[in-house]
Design a binder for this molecule. Structure first.
Ligand code: NAP
Length: 247
């Protein structure tokens, strides 16, 4: 699964799953762009960790929800590296609430980051990858987008949207063998799930055949596989990394 000479952008890579993905791609030889929104220091730490391990990385801040900011980040990447081989759309947020209490601004914020953000990066990346006649995209969806989850109408809609988006873009880019896949993690130990009340954690674990939450590194390995030549005949797929929860 060597990725020597490849350039990879990972959105939302300052912590959690994105951080693990950035480090795993770099460990396999890719030059990694560590994107973040507000956590500049944390992103710099990820870069330092990658460099300390002998890898190559830079950090670039921008909200994926902001189309103009994404475009200027993409321009900066292409001007520095001349290409983009791997795009991992990982940036995501939650604003959980039951539908009767769900505020419109919370619905919009989640859709704008989790789904529209994917549109913003893919639109630019697809143009570049078509020019290169090579590249691959991995979008991070969620078990919530597959099974639904009470209190997450906004989040589940965004993540189900990511799956439909992924399959459609895979069909659009397949003639050039540019692959587009999704990874649907179940419950993974990160700051996102740290926010869950203990009762929800216990209820969650009861639904997981493995009986435990996943680790960010376990998701990262699946992303590295899909981003590598080992997955050369795989496109439009949703790989579940969920301890059996969604089977
Ligand atoms: P996390 O720990 O909350 O980290 C989220 C990351 O996204 C941070 O690096 C954050 O950067 C970044 N981010 C947020 N809004 C952004 C924006 N507008 N533009 C750019 N970056 C932004 O989350 P996580 O648990 O690692 O989740 C990563 C992905 O996996 C998300 O898409 C999530 O929906 C998905 N997922 C997670 C789980 C889970 O159980 N943890 C399960 C299924 C799917 P800043 O700190 O700089 O804002």
């Amino acid at each position: 699964m060597g990725l020597d000479g490849k350039t990879a952008l990972v959105t939302g890579a300052s912590r959690g799953i994105g951080r693990a993905i950035a480090k795993a791609l770099a460990a396999r030889g890719a030059a990694v762009i560590v994107n973040y929104n507000g956590s500049k220091e944390a992103a710099s730490e990820v870069v330092s960790e990658i460099e300390a391990a002998g890898g190559n990385a830079i950090s670039l801040g921008c909200s994926v929800a902001d189309q103009e900011a994404v475009e200027s980040m993409m321009k900066e990447i292409i001007s520095k590296y001349k290409r983009l081989d791997i795009l991992v759309n990982n940036a995501g947020i939650t604003r959980d609430n039951l539908i009767l209490k769900m505020k419109e601004e919370d619905f919009d914020a989640v859709l704008n980051t989790n789904l529209k953000g994917v549109f913003h990066t893919c639109r630019y990346a697809a143009r570049q990858m078509l020019k290169q006649k090579a590249g691959c995209i991995v979008n991070i969806s969620s078990i919530s987008g597959v099974m639904g989850n009470a209190g997450q109408t906004n989040y589940a809609a965004s993540k189900a949207g990511v799956i439909g988006f992924t399959k459609s873009l895979a069909r659009e880019l397949a003639s050039r063998e540019i692959r587009v896949n999704a990874v649907a993690p179940g419950f993974v130990e990160t700051e996102m799930t740290e926010k869950l009340p203990e009762s929800a954690v216990e209820a969650g674990k009861r639904q997981i055949p493995f009986g435990r939450f996943g680790k960010a590194e376990e998701v990262a390995k699946a992303v590295c596989f899909l981003a590598s030549e080992d997955a050369s005949y795989i496109t439009g797929q949703v790989l579940h990394v969920d301890g059996g929860m969604g089977m």
